[in-house]
Design a protein around this ligand. Structure first.
Ligand code: C5P
Length: 217
C-alpha cells in the first residue's frame, strides 16, 4: 500500500525562503511561503516516513510526531543543516527557494541614509541541491524544484543534469493560482530521461501526494 512504501523511510525536505542579512534589521528575501514544502512534510509523515524538515523563515506551524523541524535563516545555515542531515536520508526533496546571493558584508549597525547611493555587493551562495547531488549514493533519491519564467522545460532538464537530480518538479509563474503564497499549485514532473508528466491545478496537499506517488511508486 501507499502507507507501507514510505514507512520508516528517512526524508529530508527543505522549505521556505532564506533571508540574507544586510544589517540588524534588513534582509534580502523572496516571496516563498513554505506551504509546498510543509505540505510535502505532512504528507510524508502521515504515510509513515521519518521527516527532517529544514525550514527557512516562514510563519507556518507543523505538528506531527514523525517530523523533526530545524529552523534556519540564511542559505548558508540551510546548506550546513542539509549537508549534515543528508547522509542518513533515503530521499531529499528540495523545495526551498534558496537565495542565490548574499551581501558580501553585513553591517553591524543599522545603515543610515545620507543622500548617497548605497551599493551592496552580492556574492553567490552555495547550491544545496548541487552539493547533495555530488554526495548522493546509489540508494538515495534527490528531487528538486524549478520555477522558471521562460523556456521552462529546457532549463529544468539542464538542472536535472547539473545538480544530479532524479526528478524535478516544474512550477511555472505563468499559471494562475500556482506558485508562491497560493494554496494551490500546478506542476509537471520531469525525470532524468526527459519524460514529463503534467498535473492539473490542485491544492498543495494533493500536489504533495502526487509528488510522493511519482517519486516512490
Ligand atoms: O537553479 P535553481 O535555483 O532554479 O534550482 C532550483 C532547485 O535547486 C530547487 O530544488 C532549490 O531548492 C535548489 N537550490 C538549492 N540551493 C540553492 C539554489 C537552489 O538547493 N542555492
Amino acid at each position: 500500500t501507499k502507507q507501507e512504501v514510505l514507512s520508516k523511510k528517512k526524508i529530508l525536505i527543505t522549505a521556505g525562503p532564506t533571508y540574507e542579512r544586510i544589517d540588524p534589521v534588513r534582509f534580502i528575501g523572496n516571496y516563498s511561503s513554505g506551504k509546498m514544502g510543509f505540505a510535502l512534510a505532512e504528507e510524508c509523515a502521515v504515510r509513515g516516513a521519518e521527516v527532517t524538515l529544514i525550514a527557512g523563515p516562514v510563519s507556518l506551524t507543523i505538528n506531527h510526531p514523525n517530523i523533526t523541524r530545524i529552523d534556519v535563516e540564511s542559505a548558508e545555515e540551510m546548506y550546513n543543516a542539509s549537508v549534515k542531515a543528508f547522509p542518513a536520508m533515503d530521499v531529499a526533496i528540495l523545495c526551498a527557494a534558496v537565495a542565490d546571493f548574499r551581501p558580501e558584508e553585513q553591517y553591524a549597525e543599522k545603515v543610515k541614509r545620507n543622500g548617497d547611493i548605497l551599493n551592496i555587493s552580492l556574492v553567490p551562495n552555495k547550491d544545496i541541491a548541487a552539493s547533495l547531488g555530488k554526495m548522493k549514493k546509489a540508494n538515495q533519491l534527490l528531487v528538486g524544484f524549478a520555477l522558471e519564467t521562460n523556456d521552462e522545460e529546457n532549463n529544468a532538464l539542464k538542472k536535472i543534469v547539473k545538480k544530479n537530480l532524479d526528478f524535478i518538479v516544474l512550477n511555472s509563474l505563468n499559471d494562475a493560482g500556482a506558485g508562491f503564497k497560493y494554496d494551490t499549485n500546478k506542476i509537471a514532473i520531469l525525470n532524468r530521461n526527459g519524460e514529463r508528466k503534467d498535473f492539473g491545478l490542485k491544492s498543495k496537499k494533493d500536489v504533495a501526494s502526487d509528488i510522493i506517488d511519482e517519486t516512490f511508486l
